[in-house]
Design a protein around this ligand. Structure first.
Ligand code: GLA
Ligand code: GLA
Length: 659
């Protein structure tokens, strides 16, 4: 990030930004005046503009209509609202796909993804790039000196719908990427293990993306295609950014990540260095861990941003439109959700979108101004949140204060552990990490969700759930962490393969065997619904390992009571170097995970900073001298023991206190 630009909200300590995607092209001109009036009432400071405006800005090839956008920019500026201006390239207009159908993506079955939705473009299409980058240049030239412009918003949610494209353009680009990675076809054959099933390649041109095949496509081919697909979108982000930096070197550039739910195609830990500030979009999923997952994503986003403040670019005031059943938010959730992001380092709270649409696929998606208009409870809640954010201006610019414990999160392990032809299809990488996170929250122990590539310095306890892909450098870092006094907890299916998805031989988990003091000859996954009993009344699901201790000093914390490996160790801990290395060989039920984690954290010296009566009931985060206390329950809580000015915390409320 040598020539990166620090955005205003990272340098001045002025205010938390508040706003939304603003799509004025969906509304008649007279609504715009009402929009800015209501924005001022709500305390809106910033909007993201022109995200889906390509067809309006460039109605025909090379013909531009900027009059309306000039007017919107001026109107916003006159009302003190800044603009995070999109490059408008997210969705190509019909004239372009009609003239150049070769920009349309192709799925793995060879079907074309047609126009009529959005994001129907191939990241590798030279024709798409030519048209899109011309628009970026035109936008940057037009608005370089506009006083409302404070940031550039590259495209929109890169990879939301077009992460995997199997077209001819993709095939060609994949070959270029592979040449760069491997140098020679021989090296690729070795890395892909093509001695298997007569897959040996003689020439680069024989290589394809993993299109629909008669049986399982080569696993390393699949793994590399995932890496490649993340890389080509990152490369596209760079291409737009370079034009913006050339024409507007003082305007910071971002693009909205999707650290949320099961969105896994883009390796954001790897993308973060490409933007001047990290932004994220988050939408809650229904279910018992809904709020925990929000917190997990915000936590990970903050750590991808290296602890620096980040920008919440989108979330929802209430329901979305794209889940099977779209729940409305309950009273208090609008504010609680927003402030939970702030608690994890967000310096901006923005929504999709400002005014709920009247037409189109998102007309049932909530906005800051609902169909009912500003005379509505939702808009009153929006105004109240704006006031709260103004009161919290002093939080702006404050970094996350690291925890003593970390959960490692690794996109490559996510990709590789869930590929086909594995011991079980039931394994869910993100769910395992989230279950550990929920347990930390239940114990009231602060934890950071950390990219596996980040430094472990300063952490006393590191949990590695399903850290499946283990290049030797990562194993060395984990070993050094333990040697130097760190406490590591690894779970089942960790340390199984190297960076080429080749098994580490000699017993699992190859590069961690000595550190853990054990050796696994075989694993036995469990059928859905089956459980395995452990000592102390604990229970496991999903997985079991046949463990032999290779260091007699390895402590057995729990043994299998039932199942194929009855009588053998299930959970172990080995004192190593100045620290320890523990292993959990099954998916522990929540009532088993909590006592185990409490014990392991305690032995690592990691304790709750909350009074016992609040543990599990609130989440605590810290930003440089400011404590955020999020009520995880639906009841009012007595928080007098925290020493703040208010003795109680409302149901779903968030208290902000001096540390
Ligand atoms: C994404 C997109 C928005 C909108 C929302 C709806 O985040 O970026 O344009 O479609 O989803 O939840
Ligand atoms: C079949 C095939 C083998 C192998 C096994 C795996 O029998 O002939 O090559 O793939 O299945 O079970």
């Amino acid at each position: 990030m040598s020539n990166s630009v620090t955005p205003r909200w990272l340098r001045t300590g002025s205010r938390l930004e508040y706003g939304a995607d603003y799509n004025p092209e969906q509304w008649p001109r007279e609504v715009w005046d009402e929009d800015v009036r209501a924005m001022r009432e709500a305390g809106v400071t910033i909007v993201s503009l022109a995200i889906f405006s390509w067809a309006r800005i460039e109605p025909a090839d090379g013909r531009y209509d900027f009059a309306w956008l000039d007017e919107v920019m001026d109107l916003l500026h006159a009302n003190g609202i800044s603009v995070d201006l999109a490059t408008a390239t997210a969705s190509p207009p019909p004239w372009l796909t009609t003239a150049h159908p070769e920009i349309l993506p192709v799925n793995h079955e060879g079907q074309i993804l047609w126009q009529g939705g959005r994001q129907h473009w191939r990241p590798t299409s030279p024709v798409f790039r030519e048209y899109a980058l011309r628009l970026v240049r035109t936008m940057a030239q037009r608005y370089a000196d506009h006083p409302a412009l404070v940031a550039w918003h590259v495209s929109n949610e890169l990879g939301c719908h077009n992460i995997y494209d199997y077209s001819e353009d993709a095939a060609q680009a994949f070959r270029v990427w592979l040449r760069h990675r491997y140098g020679t076809v021989e090296a690729l054959n070795e890395a892909w293990g093509t001695a298997f099933w007569a897959q040996r390649y003689g020439e680069w041109d024989e290589i394809l993306p993993p299109r629909l095949a008669a049986s399982f496509p080569n696993p390393t081919q699949q793994f590399d295609f995932k890496r490649f697909s993340s890389d080509v979108l990152k490369d596209y982000l760079r291409a737009e950014r370079e034009i913006l930096r050339e024409l507007t070197p003082d305007v910071p550039v971002t693009t909205n990540f999707m650290v949320m739910g099961e969105t896994k195609g883009m390796n954001y830990a790897d993308w973060a260095a490409e933007v001047d500030f990290v932004s994220n979009d988050h939408y809650r999923l229904p279910g018992a861990q809904s709020l925990d997952e929000l917190s997990f994503s915000a936590n990970l986003t903050g750590n991808i941003a290296g602890g620096r403040p980040w920008f919440l670019m989108e979330h929802s005031t209430s329901a979305v439109n794209w889940q099977p059943v779209n729940l409305a938010k309950r009273p208090g959730e609008l504010s609680r959700d927003a402030l939970t992001h702030v608690a994890h380092g967000a310096d901006a709270v923005c929504y999709f979108q400002w005014r709920q649409s009247r037409a189109g696929a998102e007309k049932y998606h909530s906005g800051m101004v609902p169909h009912a208009g500003t005379d509505s409870q939702l808009f009153r809640d929006v105004v109240a949140l704006g006031e709260r954010l103004r009161e919290l201006s002093y939080v702006q610019g404050k970094r996350r204060t690291p925890a003593k414990a970390a959960i490692l999160f690794d996109w490559e392990s996510w990709w590789a552990s869930e590929q086909d032809s594995h011991p079980t299809e039931l394994l869910k990488y993100k769910q395992e990490a989230l279950d550990w996170y929920t347990t930390f929250l239940d114990l009231g122990v602060r934890v950071d969700v950390l990219p596996a590539s980040a430094s472990f310095d300063g952490y006393d306890l590191v949990v590695a759930p399903i850290l499946h892909v283990m290049p030797s450098a990562l194993a060395d870092r984990l070993t050094a962490f333990v040697e130097n006094g760190g406490h590591l907890v690894a779970t089942y299916f960790s340390g199984i393969v190297d960076e080429n998805d080749h098994i580490w031989l000699g017993g699992y988990p190859g590069p961690l065997r000595d550190l853990l003091g054990l050796r696994i000859e075989e694993f036995a996954p469990l059928l859905a619904g089956d459980t395995v009993a452990l000592s102390d009344g604990l229970e496991g699901t999903l997985w079991s390992d046949r463990i032999d201790l290779i260091d007699p000093a390895t402590e057995v914390l729990a043994t299998y009571k039932t199942g194929d490996y009855a009588g053998r160790p299930a959970v172990t801990r080995r004192a190593a170097g100045q620290g320890s290395a523990s292993y959990v060989s099954t998916k522990l039920a929540p009532n088993a995970l909590a006592p185990l984690l409490k014990d392991l954290a305690g032995r690592a010296g990691v304790v709750s900073e909350l009074p016992s009566e609040l543990r599990g009931r609130v989440e605590l985060t810290v930003r440089e001298g400011v404590r955020f206390v999020v009520n995880r329950t639906d009841e009012q809580l007595d928080i007098s023991s925290l020493g703040g000015p208010e003795p109680t915390l409302a149901a779903r409320g968030v208290a902000v206190l001096p540390a």
